[in-house]
Write a protein that binds this ligand. Structure first.
Ligand code: DUC
Ligand code: ZN
Ligand code: ZN
Ligand code: ZN
Length: 469
């Protein structure tokens, strides 16, 4: 592999900000200096551009089944879309079916993803059936397979929801081995009552998805999750935190010295509950869980990002097409046309995380440039055992590098994104700041609008301990 030299860019990490040259050799960062001369290297001039570590998105759902629906991005299309957005590593999910071995679930997902992935990848293991045999498998998954995070749902009774005892047992089983539990924190049993009441009253439109999932039921489950983790004496990670009330619970725990961590997602930062007032079935595009919240929640989330009560921004990319299509699995939102509770839960976004957060966070002064890198690359890599291989620009790290033009103006649209999904949550939004070039382990995979990557080139990442930073 020819050496690569990136010259004259503004190199930004979670802590640094300077102009310099980066030499890449055999996929890794070989040297960084004010000026490097390597005549034989392939050169890329980066003056005027930000040179950022490749993004790490720790929450995506490619080819993921939900009831009779399946997300519409394959591992190939979804990871290509990620790459165009400056994300070079994803952590997706392998889900244990009821009665299945967790190791079997991982092997199955690996076989599906491996020939397709265009960026580096790992999985969190979703546990749906916690029994003594499965608990015994977990240390092996951490120590031999490099899967150190386990997700459970406190919502969706009869489908995914596990009880508190299962959460506690799992925490105990993985904690001493460097594993961490991720939780979808909502009180699923209470929410189910509200859903049934709404439907009984004939309230079937998408807006009732939001109205039946109150913020205090997110806060209640967040509190329960953290207190159970406190008893088990292990760190805990709350996925897709959306509500101020839930954030308050995290802040309270962190102030007591508890290792409670949480992520939020771009849609909670930039959109609010008013989207559900869109006419007709249009609002179904915004049916994700938790739902979009009131405006005051957004302000709280930004504050949480700024003061490190929230550590990570991940996308929860879970794309279902809006329009019906005929191929195989029903993949569209139309499944829930007559009943909001049947609308597949999830929204797209894997390609937009960096641009949205740069435009709406850094440019507006809500977060600093270093914090932007911390939230999108460094903290996710550290939280889930990928650092320092991933998540930073340093000698010896993988050469996953994004050249970002901070002044380029563009308009977000489903017409120009690279996901299979047929709509954008941010259609027509005017943005300043764009991913220009993306290197995956030193190979240029995105060059402006051109795709230079290859499916199957993404490498599975065996991770070290989660939740230790
Ligand atoms: N939770 C997720 O993390 N993704 C999609 C749907 C859900 O409820
Ligand atoms: Zn969830
Ligand atoms: Zn998700
Ligand atoms: Zn259908």
């Amino acid at each position: 592999m020819t050496d690569v030299l990136i010259t004259g860019g503004r190199i930004v990490t979670a802590v640094d900000d300077y102009v310099g040259d980066i030499l890449i050799r055999d996929g890794k960062i070989e040297a960084i200096a004010r000026k490097l001369e390597v005549p034989s290297a392939q050169k890329y001039q980066a003056s005027g551009l930000l040179v950022l570590p490749g993004g790490v998105d720790v929450h995506t759902h490619m080819e993921s089944r939900q009831g009779i629906a399946e997300t519409c991005d394959t591992y190939e299309s979804g990871t290509r879309s990620a790459a165009f957005g400056g994300t070079t590593t994803i952590i997706d999910y392998a889900q244990q079916s009821k009665g299945e071995s967790a190791i079997f679930a991982l092997d199955n997902r690996l076989a599906l993803a491996e020939p397709q992935v265009c960026v580096d990848y790992s999985f969190h293991l979703i546990l749906t059936d916690i029994n003594p045999e499965v608990l015994k498998e977990l240390p092996d998954l951490i120590n031999y397979d490099g899967v150190s995070s386990f997700k459970m749902f406190m919502a969706y009774p009869d489908i995914l929801m596990v009880d508190d005892a299962s959460i506690f047992k799992t925490m105990r089983a993985v904690g001493s081995h460097g594993g961490m539990v991720n939780l979808h924190a909502e009180n699923g049993s209470v929410i189910q009552v509200l859903i049934e009441e709404a439907l009984a009253q004939g309230n079937t439109s998408p807006k009732y998805h939001a109205l039946t999932r109150p913020t205090i039921m997110e806060a209640e489950a967040t509190h329960r999750a953290i207190r159970i983790a406190e008893l088990a004496e292990i760190p805990v990670y709350i996925v897709h935190l959306s509500a101020k009330e839930a954030l308050d619970v995290v802040v309270e725990a962190r102030d007591r010295g508890i290792y409670a961590f949480a992520e939020t997602c771009p849609h909670y930062l930039f959109l609010n509950i008013e989207e559900y007032d869109k006419p007709g079935f249009e609002a179904a595009k915004y049916v994700m869980t938790p739902p979009l919240r009131e405006h005051h929640c957004q302000q709280a989330l930004w504050r949480g990002l700024k003061f490190d009560d929230l550590q990570i921004v991940a996308t929860d990319h879970c794309p279902f097409c809006f329009k019906e299509n005929s191929s195989g699995w029903h993949r569209s939102k139309q499944v829930g046309k007559e009943d909001f509770s049947k609308i597949p839960n999830g929204a797209p976004g894997v390609e937009l995380r960096l641009t949205l957060l740069y435009d709406g966070g850094v440019r507006t002064g809500k977060i600093s440039l270093n914090r932007f890198v911390q939230l999108t690359a460094t903290a996710p890599a550290k939280m889930f055992g990928l650092f320092p291989k991933k998540g930073t620009i340093a000698v010896g790290s993988d050469a996953d590098i994004v050249l970002f033009d901070p002044n380029k103006e563009h308009i977000l649209s489903a017409e120009t994104h690279h996901s299979n999904v047929d709509y954008s949550l941010f259609e027509g939004r005017f943005i300043t700041g764009k991913v220009e070039k993306v290197f995956l382990r030193g190979e240029l995979i995105v060059d402006g609008d051109r795709w230079l990557g290859n499916k199957g080139k993404g490498q599975f990442q065996k991770r070290s301990a989660s939740g230790t930073f």
